[in-house]
Design a protein around this ligand. Structure first.
Ligand SMILES: CC(C)(COP(=O)(O)OP(=O)(O)OC[C@H]1O[C@@H](n2cnc3c(N)ncnc32)[C@H](O)[C@@H]1OP(=O)(O)O)[C@@H](O)C(=O)NCCC(=O)NCCS
Length: 214
């Protein structure tokens, strides 16, 4: 038995348990919360109409993480919100399954102020399943982002984005189409969602234990 590895695994499980306990307090205002939510630090989740699926993870470290407003906020299963991200809704923001918002991502469905005497714009925002939004990207009101999209760091997304593309820049433009291996359900991979292609190269060649097909 590798004791050092066992010790690290135990520490990992203990940290997970603490984060699940913390979630019960921090996410107490959420209208509907799935199973196994985990919270690190002290994010503010105080929107008045928020529903969140299973295996939600939200972190706060260096900056306030915020899920707030009087709009309808719907967050799917296995979603990760990293430190400093803001999801601010007056109307409707939906985030699909397996979505990750990196550090300091800003998602808003209202301009808050009008210009040139025009009324201010409130328009729903949708982020498709499997999409990864890079650090400090912004998603503006009215935007629908497709599935398994990779939004590069610092992008400002002003228009709808189709499925399976990389977008980057300000305003964000499609850089290229992304092609994924079969059964890949999200734009990034890690230990919890390994890339089938890499597993086949590095592992024993057996298919990964993904719990649902893309
Ligand atoms: C998008 C990203 C993952 C790179 O993906 P990639 O598939 O390796 O893309 P490439 O590096 O091949 O870049 C493709 C093109 O997009 C451009 N590009 C990449 N990222 C960009 C960005 N953030 N802003 C503007 N342009 C960008 C590249 O310059 C390149 O342009 P070119 O074809 O004219 O040379 C990376 O740039 C990025 O944004 N990383 C941030 C990840 C993050 O936020 N992590 C936080 C932890 S959750």
């Amino acid at each position: 038995m590798d004791w050092e590895r066992r010790r690290i695994e135990l520490q990992w499980h203990a940290a997970g348990f603490r984060q699940e306990l913390r979630a019960r307090w921090v996410l107490r205002k959420v209208n509907r919360l799935g199973r196994r939510a985990r919270v690190l630090g002290d994010p503010r989740v105080d929107g008045t109409d928020v529903e969140i699926g299973d295996d939600f993870i939200i972190w706060q470290a260096h900056r306030q993480t915020l899920v707030s407003g009087g709009g309808r906020i719907r967050i799917g299963d296995r979603v990760f919100l990293n430190s400093g991200s803001v999801v601010l809704s007056v109307l409707e923001i939906t985030i699909g399954d397996d979505v990750a918002l990196a550090n300091e991502v800003y998602v808003m469905d209202s301009n808050s102020h009008g210009v040139e005497g025009r009324p201010h714009v409130d328009a729903p925002v949708h982020i498709g399943s499997g999409t990864w939004v890079g650090a400090r990207a912004m998603i503006l009101p009215g935007v629908t982002i497709g599935k398994r999209v990779l939004v590069a760091a610092g992008s400002v997304v002003t228009k709808d984005v189709p499925d399976d593309v990389l977008v980057a820049g300000n305003p964000a433009k499609v850089i290229r189409t992304l092609s994924y291996p079969p059964r890949c359900r999200r734009a990034w991979h890690d230990a919890w969602c390994p890339c089938p292609k890499i597993e086949a190269l590095e592992g024993d060649g057996s298919p990964p234990a993904l719990d649902e097909p893309a």
